[in-house]
Design a protein around this ligand. Structure first.
Ligand code: GLU
Ligand code: ZN
Length: 307
């Protein structure tokens, strides 16, 4: 009998969108997911979320990998590029289609905005196309059906999160009318195919997690453990990013950025650690990693109280 290889006890990942350079916020997310994995002898994968050709810049992907290396973060295996994964996403969508769980939608953004109320993450799709035949010769999105069952997760930092998808989010898009697969579908397929056991990422995605769990259930995938890290915000309370003109990291001088990221994550590097060099900092940080000290800053992830 050939022994079945046992799945890793811990496989994490960092999944940047290469729309611009890494900044202090994306670094803190990378550092948090890296230390959570390494402190548990886990694997750490990197995935490029370059699904949307209109937003992605190929040079940014190369730069991000260079910066991670410069900071001393080593990933396991090959970097997965979502731009090369359409076949896998198509197959997952076809499977859902075969089960009658998805349907075409020709509504425009404007029509939806007019006819809907706002949920946890934008307008709740009112279901206009759910029970109607639509003209599929027109450009159409594909939406997945949701229901009113409570989806519950126990997040490693944010605690219990509950959503009723139909009520909080509505049927959501898996493939846009321009043919681009959405983040929600791609992340679920990739986390499953890559055997990710633990997802550590920014808390702006907390409200997306129940949607991902819904898709995992429909596709028969396991649900990983989730931990949503606080977001670095600017003086206006906005998430750092291209839109808010966050300064890019200086990869030629990683130590102060790394020390700052550790402080941000509630860790207490001793004075003087900064002088001992990158290798020693990582060694200290891995050995002394305390996920319980990470400050929790968890946005409202559900629309209303569900007793
Ligand atoms: N690509 C997302 C971001 O850069 C992260 C997605 C995820 O970790 O699930 O914010
Ligand atoms: Zn529609």
């Amino acid at each position: 009998m050939t022994p079945i290889p046992s799945p890793p006890a811990y496989r994490g990942r960092f999944a940047p969108s290469p729309t611009g350079p890494l900044h202090a916020g994306s670094l803190a997310t990378a550092v948090g997911s890296y230390l959570e994995a390494r402190s548990r002898q886990g694997e750490w994968l990197v995935r490029m979320e370059d699904l949307d050709p209109s937003r992605t810049r190929p040079a940014a992907a190369t730069r991000i990998l260079g910066v991670l290396e410069r900071f001393g973060m080593q990933w396991d295996g090959e970097v997965l590029h979502q731009s090369r994964r359409s076949e896998a996403y198509r197959a997952a969508l076809a499977l859902l289609e075969g089960r009658g769980m998805v349907y075409p939608c020709t509504c425009s953004r404007r029509e939806i905005a007019h006819s809907s109320i706002t949920g946890v993450d934008g307008p709740i799709y009112p279901g206009t196309c759910r029970d109607h035949r639509v003209d599929t010769s027109r450009a159409h999105a594909m939406r997945v059906r949701t229901d009113n069952a409570v989806v519950e997760i126990v997040d490693g930092i944010c605690g219990v999160i509950r959503q009723r998808l139909k009520h909080d989010v509505g049927d959501f898009v898996l493939r846009r009318a321009d043919g681009v697969f959405t983040y929600q579908l791609a992340v679920v397929v990739d986390d499953a195919e890559q055997g990710v056991t633990h997802v550590v990422r920014g808390s702006d995605l907390l409200a997306s997690t129940p949607r991902q769990i819904h898709l995992q259930h429909l596709l028969g995938y396991p649900t990983p453990a989730y931990m949503h890290l606080p977001l670095v915000v600017n003086v206006h309370g906005e998430k750092l990013g291209k839109q808010t003109h966050a300064p890019p990291l200086d990869p030629s001088d990683p130590v102060p950025w790394l020390i700052e990221a550790l402080h941000f994550l509630g860790q207490q590097p001793p004075a003087g650690l900064a002088e001992s060099g990158l290798t020693a900092i990582w060694e200290w940080a891995t050995r002394n990693w305390k996920p319980g000290s990470i400050p929790s800053r968890c946005p409202h992830a559900s629309h209303a109280r569900h007793a």
